[in-house]
Design a protein around this ligand. Structure first.
Ligand code: FMN
Length: 368
């Protein structure tokens, strides 16, 4: 039997224990169709869009399983009102953002940016959850925060549930929420990330989850998993599978949706070319280093605001940078594993290489 045939593979009815997070439905479907399980990052999508997009992924994958991910942080405002948030944004921050627009000659966006299409609020989160529950998606993953009622409801509907966590301190809460799978995401990861490195984190979370769940709940390793050797190491650390985000950014399917000027930046970036900054969303967020992160890191820059205030402060500008491909501010969330990507490749080829290299790495271990 293949060394990659861990219990989570049978639990979900997939071929390989490789979970792939992406913001693009074609990429998500390709990951599932290549034998892993694609997970659609839907947190910035309107509820009606989520309903349509999940239905479209189902059409593309047939009976094969796929997932959806929502970020449901505590402490967001009750209502979807931009004006309420705007009132709390200090003048110093507005002036700084206006200065960036001026300095880099950023054209106006044609509409609100990804982070300002709507304001993250309890109201919109509840509607997004409704759309997920009404769909036939197989896996429901919670990015930041796993609210127990949402997890319980998804499980009652027959969906598998997962929570991403970045510290062993969060294990108890995730298990109390009742999730079926825990994703341990280390510091190397792209986008929102915590302070503990992946190698340090995984065994700690594996042990804490085994203790707290009598070994019932599998752990997936996330953050810097970019090759088959990483997968072998993740299994050796006690994970049953892996969860990848950065790897898919440089697939042919995904790159088709990026600004053409961003693609060479991603392919050229090495592992030392990412930084963690709060300037994107208000929470620590790993991205490719650019003039955007440098400007916010400068001694005279204001401290970024908390989420969702920072979202509102910078959302339209980030949208304009992406829409118009404004060098040198153009950037993307990406993890340290970006250093492994030097050319665009189809998802199916990436998946084949991950699986064959992982198998070779495990078979080649001394004593096997
Ligand atoms: C561009 C980008 C955006 C991401 N957005 C989300 C998100 O909205 N929700 C979430 O749970 N995880 C998000 N993640 C994190 C992934 O789910 C995953 O945990 C992470 O990418 C794994 O580490 P890696 O980037 O080293 O592969 C994002 C990752 C990237 C690269």
């Amino acid at each position: 039997m293949s060394a990659l045939r861990t219990p989570v593979v049978d639990q979900l009815g997939i071929e390989h224990p490789i979970f792939g997070f992406a913001h693009d439905i074609t990429t998500v479907a390709a990951i599932t169709n290549a034998g892993g399980i694609g997970v659609y990052g839907a947190t910035r999508r309107f509820p009606h869009e989520i309903a349509d997009e999940l239905a479209e992924i189902r059409r593309l994958v047939g009976d094969r399983p796929f997932g959806v991910d929502l970020v449901l942080p505590d402490g967001m405002p009750e209502h979807n009102s931009r004006a309420d948030i705007e009132r709390h944004i200090p003048d110093e921050h507005r002036a700084f953002v206006a200065g960036l627009i001026d300095k880099y000659d950023v054209p106006d966006p044609s509409g609100p940016g990804m982070r300002t299409r709507f304001i993250r609020s309890a109201e919109i989160e509840s509607d997004q959850l409704e759309a997920v529950m009404a769909s036939d998606v197989d896996l429901f993953a919670c990015g930041i925060g796993a609210p127990r009622p949402a997890v319980e409801r998804a499980r009652e509907l027959g969906k598998t549930t997962a929570a991403l966590i970045g510290s062993p301190r969060h294990v108890r809460r995730a298990l109390e929420a009742g999730v079926d799978i825990i994703v341990a995401q280390g510091y190397d990861a792209g986008a929102h990330t915590g302070p503990i490195g992946t190698f340090t984190l995984i065994p700690q979370i594996v042990d804490a989850v085994a203790d707290g769940s009598d070994g019932r709940v599998p752990v997936l390793a996330a953050g810097g998993v970019a090759t088959g050797r990483h997968i072998a190491a993740a299994l050796a650390m006690g994970a049953q599978g892996v969860w990848l985000g950065t790897t898919w950014l440089t697939t042919t399917e995904h790159a088709a949706h990026l600004h053409p000027k961003l693609v060479p930046k991603l392919l050229a970036a090495g592992s030392a070319d990412t930084v963690v900054t709060r300037s994107e969303s208000g929470k620590t967020f790993r991205q490719i280093r650019s003039a955007w992160s440098d400007e916010w890191d400068a001694p005279d820059a204001p401290e970024p605001l908390r989420m969702p205030y920072q979202d509102v402060l910078v959302g339209d500008l980030l949208g304009a940078i992406d829409e118009h491909g404004v060098e040198p501010l153009l950037h993307s969330g990406a993890g340290q594993g970006i250093g492994y990507a030097s050319e665009l490749r189809p998802v199916a080829d990436v998946m084949d290489d991950l699986v064959s290299e992982a198998t070779r790495a495990i078979d080649g271990l001394p004593g096997r």
